[in-house]
Design a protein around this ligand. Structure first.
Ligand code: NOJ
Length: 543
């Protein structure tokens, strides 16, 4: 942490809203910004989060559900309009909450006027705003690059007789950030939203921003790549060194950060970046040599690591060690691209994971519905929406299951949309029990556990911004750490195994259980130590 008081983005908890799936207010089966406004009291009062990250709501043909932006400075009518957005910002700010929006600099939609112009002729002034290249002599694409959604990253344009680059879908042409006009236009997009009062950006696909100038072929690779979910054999068959994590990425990121800093005097803003980089030394470079890049380079380690005490501790310790002096950690256990945490590690461990997320040193990002322990939805093939699943012809790649509508109550539509309206995706199979209304009434529910953790975190300088010290003398299967800020001191004990174990750490003699993941015990720890039940997590206040 830097000098002085920590910033809101260090002590606060970020909550990701996938707008399509949170709350429909106008009866079309798709969530919208008005719906988010209607649920602000839930987010603020019931739950107690600090900042909302909104996935894209921009005008878009929705080839990738909004990550194909056709206009960076407007709202798609499906989600509302600019006036509703402004209302959302004011309503959030009035409650002391921050608004973070998605910014998608790597690519736009093929329907964006910039690309429409660019593809109209080789001499169009916007031609160089995208990455065009000739075919090889045999007519094949300029490089061998395979994109994360499968297939070549190049599409042939008949009219102008060249290929254009798209790391993701054909409908998502990559912007050419080497062109200063592109940089200027895209930095102005940041200013547009900063002027409207947004508190920060979650920046999409930053690892891909710059591409090799010489357009060289990626060398072959054997085995699985260190990404947290497979992108298929073709993607894994090459080392992605010429379109991924280039050293050249850092200069434009510094330029983005400098724009945020222009507004820092009005109020602190945050740059969070999506980076699927699992080499921690390379990942940590995105804080910037002078801490002048991302305040929070997304850290996806917990999505990737084997779920056991040894591996999780090793990961956290390695992250702590990798972060440059003055840099601040962050953690994620779910998002719109990953299977739900409960579906990955089971309901009992999901509670432990929530305790971990909300007690580690660093900013947590909580994916909507994970506070309920929502499961992956079952999406029949004919209802599959995600272009990734459709393109690969394989449901294992579909991200639909984690994007199911938020379950507010036990009605057929879960309170997500009006009765009789079909939600854009089916609800999770257990939504009749796993929903906000049912869990609010159950003192032991995942929702009440999450609320209690958030409350505890808010009340404690140690948990919000204190030091982190892993504890060594603990039984196998347990991960324990201390958090401290002056006299405020906690010990967190997390069991990753079935069997109960007893812990006798010296500072447990004068300690008090503040919270159990089972939500059924509090009170002083005796001289005999503390029994940690299978899969239980405890937050213990130290004397
Ligand atoms: C990462 C986003 O999180 C994902 O949903 C999207 O499909 C790709 N970037 C492309 O924008």
């Amino acid at each position: 942490m830097g000098h002085g008081e920590p910033h809101w983005w260090q002590t606060g908890v970020v909550y990701q809203v996938y707008p399509r799936s949170f709350q429909d207010s106008n009866g079309d089966g798709v969530g919208d910004l008005r719906g988010v406004i209607q649920r602000l009291d839930y987010l603020h009062e019931t739950l107690g989060i600090d900042a909302i990250w909104l996935s894209p709501f921009y005008p878009s043909p929705m080839a990738d559900f909004g990550y194909d932006v056709a206009d960076y400075t407007d709202v798609d009518p499906l989600f509302g309009d600019l006036a509703t957005f402004d209302e959302l910002v004011s309503a959030a700010h009035a409650r002391g909450m921050q608004i973070i929006i998605d910014y998608v600099p790597n690519h736009c939609s093929d329907q964006h006027p910039w690309f429409v112009e660019s593809r109209s002729s080789r001499t169009n002034p916007k031609r160089d705003w995208f990455i065009w290249a000739d075919a090889r002599p045999d007519g094949s694409p300029p490089t061998n690059w395979i994109g994360p959604f499968g297939g070549s990253t190049w599409t042939w344009d008949e009219t102008t007789g060249q290929y254009y680059l798209h790391i993701f879908l054909t409908e998502q042409p990559d912007l050419n950030w080497r062109n200063p006009e592109v940089q200027d236009a895209m930095l102005d997009v940041l200013r547009f939203w900063l002027e409207r009062g947004v508190d920060g950006f979650r920046i999409d696909a930053l690892h891909n921003l710059m591409k090799d100038l010489e357009l060289r072929d990626n060398p072959p690779h054997e085995g699985t790549l260190a990404t947290h979910r497979t992108h298929g054999e073709a993607f894994d068959s090459q080392q992605h060194i010429y379109e991924f994590d280039l050293d050249d990425n850092h200069e434009p990121i510094r330029a983005m950060r400098a724009v945020l800093d222009e507004y820092e005097a009005i109020s602190p803003r945050v740059a969070i970046g999506e980076l699927h980089i699992f080499d921690l030394q390379r990942w940590a470079r995105y804080y910037g040599d002078a801490l002048d890049e991302l305040q929070l380079p997304f850290n996806f380690g917990l999505l990737n690591t084997p779920w056991n005490a040894t591996a999780v501790r090793a990961l956290v310790d390695a992250i702590e060690a990798a972060i440059p002096l003055g840099g601040w950690p962050n953690y994620v256990i779910g998002n719109h691209d990953e299977p739900r945490i409960v579906s990955r590690i089971g309901a009992a461990q999901a509670r432990t994971a929530m305790m971990l997320l909300l007690t580690l040193r660093g900013t947590p990002t909580l994916y909507y519905g994970d506070e309920l322990g929502m499961r992956d939805a079952i999406v029949p093939a004919e209802r599959m929406q995600d272009p990734w699943g459709i393109r690969m012809g394989d449901a294992q790649f579909s991200r639909d299951p984690a994007r199911a509508p938020m379950a507010w109550d036990d009605s057929t539509t879960g309170g997500f949309c009006a009765d009789g309206v079909e939600p854009w995706l089916p609800l999770a199979p257990d939504h009749a029990t796993t929903n906000v209304a049912a869990q609010s009434a159950d003192p032991h529910s995942m929702l009440n556990l999450t609320r209690a953790l958030l409350q505890l975190r808010r009340s404690s300088p140690a948990l919000k911004s204190g030091a982190y010290h892993p504890a060594d003398d603990v039984p196998e299967g347990v991960y324990a750490y201390r958090r401290s800020a002056g006299d405020d001191r906690y010990l967190i004990l997390l069991s990753f195994i079935d069997q109960p174990v007893t812990l006798h750490l010296p500072d447990l003699h004068d300690a008090e259980i503040a919270l159990s993941t089972s939500m059924d015990r509090e009170g002083r720890v005796g001289a005999g130590g503390v029994e940690l039940r299978g899969h239980e997590g405890l937050v213990v206040r130290l004397g």
